[in-house]
Design a protein around this ligand. Structure first.
Ligand code: MG
Length: 462
């Protein structure tokens, strides 16, 4: 019987041969239905792979160390093929879980898992109002899971799909802190001995208790609002004068103890007045910071021009950013040097790659936010991008507990101050759902981040 020809005069077998699918065709099921074979071959020729539908989108959550971690699992029409993506927003975990289970699942089931960009764009506007942290984190979970699936389909790590490696491993900074400048310097020295060439130094730490002497400084006695019984018992406090005096002293001491070659970083965490931040950063010039992080709250980005006119200290910004309008303007005006967004907060790998490319155009390097409230899947997503983008700057280091490594097999690894990922296809991190379920979310929800107040009790914005 003569083989049916298409318009090009090419028969099904010729076409399969020309696509190099002769042997693979049977495996891919292309020959299974002869009536539909040509159409299937064209579909495969377009996508390179057989069709794949999303069959389920669900949230998996776990809290092994008091930090609520959420990942999205996207299941597909191919048995056993699924993807994972980070959707962790611990301060509002339940609304994110609802956005995933109650909305994303219905929206995505039956759609083509291959079309990541289209799914991102249509999910993004599916609620009409968009760009909030809850919906962006849910969207990130979907997006990263689709990249994970794409990698598994292609039998490649995601960094390969993003362009391959620009570096052999990912340089990371470690965190040093203490409640006195001497302890900070000592801790920084320890980090150097562990192999880190970049160390972030914080006086008073994060969310420091009163015992540590207040947030971001040392030697503070009980603030007036506490004496007056104002605010909540756990509210923290900050003395701006001590902070802006203490941080240059901390840099001076750390340089003395650690030498000139280590790169030193510091996070202001947006908590002082813009002009106080500018003044303090100028005083840090002589200590050659690698970068100073988040000098202004997102509401105060208008101050960047003043800062740029007055100092050449490199600036990192952006872990609180949600909306492209928050970074496009400052980046295109080169108002900071490192873009430090939280990748799940802006919607995943797809938008983060666009941010990275925008940065390349304006010589702004990446420094993705990588704290403990990012799941191992999210850290892997950070790392795959870090490998692939030329304008990578630095990555926040992370160490995973044995519990986390059991729940999420395949976590990124750290060695001599460098992060690496495994070579498994996709993002390389799996989840043990049974084990994850052993660490349920706490009954009492985390309803606030660290609230810091001034001495008179005025709430300070991070
Ligand atoms: Mg920060």
């Amino acid at each position: 019987m003569e083989e049916k020809k298409d318009n090009s005069g090419m028969g099904r077998r010729d076409l399969l041969k020309s696509l190099g699918l002769g042997a693979a065709a049977g495996t891919l099921g292309i020959l299974a239905d002869p009536n539909d074979a040509v159409a299937q071959v064209f579909t495969s020729a377009t996508k390179g792979l057989p069709p794949l539908k999303i069959t389920k989108v669900k949230a998996i959550y776990t809290c092994p160390h008091g930090i609520e971690l959420i990942v999205v699992k996207v299941e597909t029409s191919e048995p056993g093929l699924y993807g994972l993506g980070c959707a962790t927003f611990r301060q509002r975990a339940h609304p994110v879980i609802s956005a995933i289970n109650d909305y994303l699942n219905d929206f995505c089931v039956g759609k083509d898992a291959d079309n990541i960009e289209d799914l991102w764009q249509t999910t993004y506007v599916s609620s009409y109002w968009r760009n909030g942290p809850v919906l962006n984190n849910a969207l990130s979970g979907l997006d990263q899971a689709l990249w994970d699936i794409k990698g598994k389909r292609a039998n490649m790590p995601v960094y390969q799909l993003l362009g391959g490696k620009c570096r052999f491993a990912i340089p990371c900074y470690s965190h040093a802190s203490g409640d006195t400048i001497e302890k900070v310097a000592e801790d920084a020295k320890k980090k150097m001995e562990q192999g880190f060439k970049y160390v972030r130094i914080q006086l008073g730490g994060y969310g420091a208790t009163q015992a540590l002497g207040g947030y971001g400084a040392s030697g503070i006695t009980k603030p007036d609002f506490k004496t007056a019984g104002f605010g909540a018992p756990n509210d923290n406090f900050m003395d701006t004068y001590r902070y802006i005096k203490g941080i240059p002293e901390m840099f001076e001491e750390t340089r003395k103890v650690c030498g000139d070659e280590v790169e030193l970083l510091h996070d202001i965490h947006e908590r002082i007045q813009p002009n106080e931040a500018i003044s303090m950063i100028k005083n840090l010039e002589e200590f050659r910071p690698f970068f100073i992080e988040d000098p202004f709250s997102p509401e105060n980005i208008g101050y960047f021009k003043l800062l740029r006119q007055q100092t050449s200290v490199p600036i990192a910004m952006g872990e609180l950013y949600n909306n492209p309008h928050e970074w496009i303007g400052p980046m295109s005006e080169r108002l900071f040097d490192f873009i430090r967004i939280h990748i799940s907060q802006i919607g995943g790998i797809t938008p983060a790659m666009k941010v990275a490319r925008l940065g390349e155009a304006f010589n702004i390097r990446t420094a993705w936010h990588g704290p403990g409230d990012v799941s191992p899947v999210g850290h892997a997503a950070n790392a795959h991008i870090d490998f692939a983008v030329w304008n990578f700057g630095i990555q926040e280091s992370v160490t995973f507990s044995s519990e986390l490594q059991e729940i999420f097999p395949g976590c990124p690894t750290m060695k001599n101050g460098y992060m690496s990922v495994n070579e498994a296809p996709g993002l390389g991190v799996d989840v043990n759902e049974k084990l994850a379920a052993k660490y349920p979310l706490p009954n009492k929800q985390l309803n606030e981040w660290t609230q810091v107040r001034r001495s008179d009790g005025t709430a300070i914005r991070p």
